[in-house]
Design a protein around this ligand. Structure first.
Ligand code: NAP
Length: 307
């Protein structure tokens, strides 16, 4: 059965990924958009979610591609109207908001999906399966990008709830929490805040692994030139390197997969499966690491940041 969907927030990620992924999946039909400023050719557009909910009761699913700060109120209204809801990452601006949405979805008997797009890169299941039969010795996340290039004009990332460098960093944590066979926790963190900004521009984390593996993450938004989105893994039986944010996998120096990604097509396929099965997927483990980093983090103030 084809599910009718409305996409809320017609910004960068909606245009780059959501619209092509929805169009490429025969189980979804993009029936409407909600945006204060934008529209998509050939698709009905609404300026507010309330207007959409009022005028289009036939739409079953709302996909929210807006920043995390306003997301809760949109998701809450959609769930209360009996709609299935898909949340861009991070799923909210606080954990409690996400738990409240999960409970509301259960009460309304609809599906809710906290999408972690990086987990859905084609290489991730392969790496997870390889790691499942090995003993981890070391895992190092290095996620360094140029905020000026990737987030031009996005003031929301610097506001409370916008997460700063954890906005991309949580993608790495979503892969880490997916591939590890057991839970780990943050034991140390250092966060660098530009003196004129409310969210960090860089962060370093250390994790405690129950089996004693050395685990670290470095996130930095000041990287010029070569951009790095790597996870290096050493086990007692070989090494792996996931790079380009999940697009390329090498094991023991040999290229296993490269070039294909399919994160968003895979996300919409998963949402379709959740709706069909009357299920939800609200894994908060990447977000818990970010919250613990804020809780444990030593704060360092650095020079002001301007675009
Ligand atoms: P964006 O382009 O800055 O914003 C997306 C859209 O959200 C805007 O065009 C705006 O649409 C709407 N919006 C912004 N502030 C709002 C507010 N206060 N209330 C209601 N709507 C608001 O951001 P984005 O890069 O697409 O990111 C959106 C989400 O996707 C974030 O959670 C981000 O982490 C995630 N994401 C982004 C990327 C990426 O590469 N950019 C990748 C993966 C995931 P209107 O003004 O038209 O209403």
């Amino acid at each position: 059965m084809v599910e009718k969907l409305a996409l809320v927030g017609i910004g960068k990620i909606a245009r780059d990924q959501h619209i092509p992924a929805i169009s490429g999946n025969p189980n979804w039909s993009l029936e409407a958009t909600v945006s204060r400023h934008a529209s998509v050719d050939g698709v009905a557009s609404f300026e507010t979610l309330e207007a959409l909910l009022e005028e289009r009761p036939d739409i079953s699913t709302i996909s929210l591609a807006i920043p995390p700060q306003p997301r809760f109120s949109y998701a809450e209204a959609a769930l209360k109207a009996g709609k299935h809801v898909m949340l861009e990452k991070p799923p909210g601006q606080s954990l409690a908001e996400c738990f409240a949405l999960e409970a509301l979805a259960r009460e309304m008997d609809v599906s809710i999906f906290a999408t972690w797009h990086s987990r859905f890169a084609d290489c991730v299941p392969h790496l997870k399966s390889w790691l499942s039969s090995r003993e981890l010795k070391r895992l190092a996340i290095v996620w360094k990008e140029d905020v000026r290039h990737w987030h031009p004009g996005q003031e929301w990332i610097w506001e409370p709830g916008g997460m700063g460098v954890f906005d991309p960093g949580i993608n790495a944590l979503s892969i880490m929490t997916e591939i590890l066979p057991h839970a780990v926790h943050v034991c140390e963190a250092m966060l660098e805040y530009p003196e004129n900004r409310a969210t960090p521009i860089a962060a370093k984390l250390k994790f405690t692994d129950p089996n004693g593996a050395e685990m670290t993450a470095v996130f930095d938004w000041r990287q010029e030139g070569l951009q790095t989105w790597d996870i290096e893994i050493e086990t007692t039986d070989g090494d792996a390197r996931l790079s380009l944010g999940g697009e390329k996998l090498e094991i023991n120096g040999e290229l296993i997969k490269s070039g294909s990604n399919n994160e968003y097509p895979n996300l919409y396929a998963r949402m379709s499966e959740l709706v069909r099965n009357g299920a939800s997927d609200m894994d908060m483990s990447p977000f818990i690491h970010v919250c613990d980093a804020y809780s444990l983090g030593r704060r360092i103030t650095t020079s002001p940041f301007e675009y």
